[in-house]
Design a protein around this ligand. Structure first.
Ligand SMILES: Cc1ncc(C[n+]2csc(CCOP(=O)(O)OP(=O)(O)O)c2C)c(N)n1
Length: 581
């Protein structure tokens, strides 16, 4: 098991340099300048917004080299900021004026559920306008409360310096998450004009996440080492917290030290390469049954940075009752939340796993168990082969995923929408090359395309693929124009089955034997997205035969434009993630 060749997650820490600005202490400056310098100092390279908000600050940002990405909706701006944050490991900034606040708040649901550090800024009318039926304004605070870690008003010039710093601190520390700053002036104009009598202070740890890497307690660590060594059939379940901590390569070292199979949550995909002999796939509700079976047979499950929610545990049926559980999490109140644990380690995933590797005795390898889990994975793969190699027309999504697997270059970022788009990609697209990254919707349909544009802004030199259904793509189709305007050249693969395929079974069940037009509830007229893309000036390729997939992917990789690959697929293909345990 060559550890180097099978490590997937990028080992590189994010660039820690904030763009500190030479600024004479105690020189007064405008709120606009102060915000722009703070963003620059914290390493922000892009902001995503809908006009009109903080125009003064946006003008200053141009001077400082921050790109201003004007989007077609506030939700798309939030999703772009989310994709940017997940890839850059820095907060993503999105902004909207007062009347756009509700739309922006709606866009924070996904980063909140996905634990992503998005900083949302909205304008709000000055106090003199309140309680008098002011145009276009409702209370913002209650809308942002359920989707943020930190939700505050900036009421005065004196508050701006410390609340801006606190925004970065809250977004990046502990479990990352969205924050909201509601600034004065419905388009932030009062804030732009603040006179700030304070220097710009950049706190380097909070320019990125993880901002802090706490270490676990030693006695508990020893207990975990003993429990892992004694277990006969242990499994690691690695989640988004492991990815946030860049712990992938260390988790692979831990797995190899004792031959422990590794399953991942959807957010944890990429912890280990899919061709690693210890990789059993994505576990839970959207999953491979191979991973579910392995976890169901385990006598010990080590959860690393996963929320143990209903998705990763298939409605809390995995691991089975009575299985020993150990948990590592940066948030101590997650330890034991859903499963009684033998021991919990509060700590950063990377640091904690490195400590475990240091203390483990490798003579306790679980060779037989690892071999058994490989047989389970092989059985799953064999069962998928006919679908992966199918020449059927309309195209089967499994075949599409196979072709994508073969073409995806090293360092690719794959951005998946929710529903079947998550299931197809997590189970059928294998990461078999180095440093491939997977980010996915935390559940909100339509997230992936704008998020992929944000991801590309964060990593312009890496190939970025978006995988979405047509239902998901319709949401933010207009952002194709944004992509073209700024040269954000991503490749969007539309699994186009002219319907909300995931919903068809549920609709049929609701109808039962009753007559009626079921299609009204889940079917679209159908569109040629390649033509739409071409009309907007992007590259669009329509693919109706499986033989056309590979050449189209190659053309897309060479293109110097945003690309849409419109793949006509069979709506009757349903992913099989049913648990086999
Ligand atoms: C905001 C939001 N609304 C509704 C849903 C429910 N939902 C999940 S998947 C899905 C269908 C997705 O259709 P499409 O993107 O075309 O993919 P397909 O199922 O056809 O592969 C829907 C409506 C959701 N997840 N999010």
């Amino acid at each position: 098991m060559g550890s180097e060749s099978h490590q997937n997650q990028d080992e590189k820490e994010p660039d820690r340099k904030g763009g500190n600005i030479d600024h004479p202490a105690n020189k007064k400056m405008s709120g606009a300048r102060f915000i722009a310098e703070t963003f620059k100092g914290y390493g922000v390279t892009h902001v995503f917004f809908v006009e009109a908000i903080l125009r003064g600050a946006l003008v200053e940002m141009e001077n400082l080299g921050i790109r201003r990405i004007l989007t077609h909706s506030e939700k798309a701006a939030a999703y772009m900021a989310d994709g940017y944050a997940r890839v850059s490991h820095r907060p993503g900034i999105c902004m909207a004026q007062s009347v756009g606040a509700a739309n922006l708040a709606a866009g924070l649901q996904d980063p909140y559920l996905g634990r992503s550090p998005v900083i949302a800024v909205t304008g709000r009318k000055d106090p003199i306008s309140r309680y008098r039926n002011a145009y276009q304004e409702i209370l913002h605070h209650p809308m942002f409360d359920p989707v943020t870690k930190y939700n505050v008003y900036v009421d005065a010039a004196e508050q701006l310096p410390f609340l801006l710093r606190q925004a970065f601190r809250e977004a990046t520390s502990g479990v990352p998450g969205p924050v909201h700053l509601d600034v004065l002036g419905h388009v932030g104009q009062t804030t732009d004009k603040f006179e700030i009598d304070s220097e710009v202070i950049i706190e380097e740890p909070y320019t990125h996440y993880p901002a802090c890497r706490p270490e676990p307690e030693f006695e508990r660590l020893e207990k975990v080492v003993r429990t892992l060594e004694e277990a006969k059939r242990p499994v690691i379940v690695s989640g988004g917290g492991a990815i946030a901590s860049l712990a992938g390569p260390d988790i692979v070292r831990l797995a190899e030290a004792l031959s422990i199979p590794v399953a991942t949550s959807l957010n944890g995909k990429g912890t280990i390469r899919d061709d690693h002999p210890l990789s059993v796939g994505v576990v839970g509700s959207y999953s491979r049954w191979s991973a579910n079976k392995v976890v169901s047979e385990a006598d010990l499950v080590l959860f690393i940075g996963t929320n143990t929610g209903d998705m990763v545990t298939n409605n809390w049926t995995l691991p089975k009752k009575g299985t020993l559980v150990i948990q590592i999490d940066i948030n101590p109140s997650e330890l034991g939340r859903n499963y009684p644990i033998r021991v919990g380690l509060m700590g950063d995933a990377k640091v904690t796993v490195c400590k475990l590797v240091e203390f483990l005795d490798t003579k306790h390898k679980k060779i037989e168990w690892a071999r058994h889990t490989q047989e389970i994975v092989k059985k799953w793969q064999d069962g998928m082969e006919p679908f992966r190699n199918s020449d059927a027309v309309p195209i089967r999504p499994e075949r599409l995923c196979k072709e994508i697997t073969e073409v995806l270059p090293p360092s690719t970022i794959l951005v998946a929408d929710t529903g079947y788009s998550s299931v197809w990609t997590c189970s059928m697209v294998d990461f078999i090359r180095s440093s491939q990254t997977y980010i996915r919707a935390a559940g909100t349909l339509g997230w992936a395309f704008p998020a992929s544009l944000g991801a590309k802004c964060a990593a312009p030199d890496r190939p970025v693929f978006c995988f979405t259904g047509d239902g998901g793509f319709w949401y933010h189709l207009s952002e194709l124009e944004t992509a073209l305007r700024y040269g954000i050249n991503t490749i969007t693969v539309v699994n186009n089955n002219y319907c909300l395929s995931q919903c068809s079974a549920g609709v049929s069940k609701a109808y039962g034997d009753r007559p009626g037009n079921r299609g009204d509830l889940f079917r679209f007229r159908g569109a040629n997205f390649a033509k739409v893309a071409q009309e907007l000036g992007c590259l669009g390729i329509r693919i109706e035969n499986p033989k056309g997939i590979a050449p189209a992917l190659e053309t897309a990789l060479r293109a110097d434009l945003p690309v849409v690959l419109d793949v006509v697929t069979d709506e009757n293909c349903k992913p099989r993630w049913e648990p086999a345990y």
